[in-house]
Ligand binder design. Structure first.
Ligand SMILES: Nc1ncnc2c1ncn2[C@@H]1O[C@H](COP(=O)(O)OP(=O)(O)OP(=O)(O)O)[C@@H](O)[C@H]1O
Length: 349
């Protein structure tokens, strides 16, 4: 059974549509990340799932139970969800232990103590139970927040930008840690972030939002390699578009020569654009002194530790291309560019 199902969900703020017929399925124990441009409706979707706002159009099912439709509205406290929202920070006047125990209203004192101890162990904060939030680091505070959200064993966890206040140096360690904790508790989660890197590190699947709907849902690899639309491709890639014509199921003609696809595609329309990412491009020393279609000029070079990155201009669009090992080009040097065989993203016009 799915942990969460949103069916044709819509919501408007003062007559302005924000969510428009959104469908989403979250499987048991799955961590799904809602990603999308600022203002596309991610937090609104999370609030609708939580019951922090009432959606009258569409259905919300949590653990198979209908919690919201045009006639039904179950208040947040009856939805069996744990929340880790930025606005739901820790209570500053309560100790770590009391923060974790806050939602455990139906338990005896001994049961509460046991559960708090279990949670402290889970989040590696044994010994910190008497401290107050201001006596903890940002990462430790987030661990208390996740312990509090998980303490009453919710079936679904909702996380809104939980890592945005954490220093980048420790952020990815914390993400790995919290992912481990969630997986250990076998709970499903919906997570909202602006950051692709956080989403890749934390989620099992990504759901890219656009125009109030889910444009595509899948694993990071699926979305990265086979985006179903330009919106998804652009959201995950730093690529450029090249005019192209599909010659066969695996071959395309561009101004930069023929491009081979490692995956066959069927095409209803042959004319369109290829979305080409930096790692599909290869620079080599100029093969001929006479300028050819495959010649570009190095605009800029940048050392990034393990290799050099060159900025070049292709059909009026700038793109960064990583150098092959041992290669070195100068700024203003003309070089030959090649599009290597890859799983092409072709969008017909
Ligand atoms: N209480 C409100 N009243 C009116 N409009 C609102 C309200 N809350 C949000 N909005 C608008 O609804 C749209 C979606 O907001 P939402 O916060 O869901 O977006 P988001 O994708 O989470 O954005 P961000 O990534 O910037 O946090 C935005 O245009 C926002 O200005």
């Amino acid at each position: 059974m799915s942990s969460l199902v949103l069916e044709n969900l819509s919501y408007q703020y003062n007559g302005t549509p924000v969510i428009t017929g959104l469908d989403l399925v979250v499987a048991q124990d799955e961590i799904v990340c809602l990603l999308g441009a600022s203002g596309c409706g991610k937090t609104t979707t999370l609030k609708a799932i939580a019951g922090l706002l009432a959606t009258k159009q569409g259905k919300v099912f949590i653990g198979g139970k209908l919690v919201s439709d045009e006639r039904t509205f179950l208040a947040p406290e009856y939805r069996n969800i744990g929340m880790m929202f930025q606005d739901y920070a820790l209570f500053p006047h309560l100790t770590v232990a009391d923060n974790i125990a806050f939602g455990l209203t139906k338990m005896s004192k001994i049961q509460k103590q046991q559960r708090v101890n279990e949670m402290l162990e889970l989040v590696h904060l044994v010994g910190c139970e008497k401290r107050f939030p201001h006596q903890l680091s940002g990462g430790q505070q987030q661990r208390v927040a996740i312990a509090r959200a998980l303490a009453y064993k919710p079936s679904l966890l909702l996380l809104d930008e939980p890592f945005s206040n954490i220093d980048t140096q420790v952020r990815f360690e914390l993400i790995a840690d919290i992912r481990r904790i969630i997986k250990n508790q076998q709970v499903s989660a919906v997570f909202v972030t602006h950051s692709k890197e956080e989403a890749f590190a934390f989620a099992d699947t990504l759901a890219i939002m656009d125009c109030g709907k889910i444009a595509q849902q899948g694993t990071p690899e699926q979305l990265f390699n086979t985006p179903n639309s330009k919106v998804v491709a652009e959201f995950l890639g730093q690529g450029i578009y090249l005019d192209a014509e599909a010659l066969t199921a695996t071959e395309y003609s561009t101004a930069f020569g023929r491009v081979e696809s490692l995956l066959a595609h069927s095409h209803a329309k042959r004319v369109g654009q290829l979305y080409v990412r930096p790692h599909h491009l290869e620079l080599t020393p100029l093969q001929s002194k006479h300028s050819s279609v495959n010649t570009v000029t190095v605009l800029n070079r940048r050392f990034v530790g393990s290799h050099l990155v060159y900025k070049v201009m292709i059909e009026g669009q700038e793109i960064d291309v990583a150098a092959q090992s041992g290669q070195s080009f100068l700024v203003n040097e003309d070089v030959t560019i090649r599009i290597t065989p890859h799983t092409v993203n072709f969008f017909a016009e």
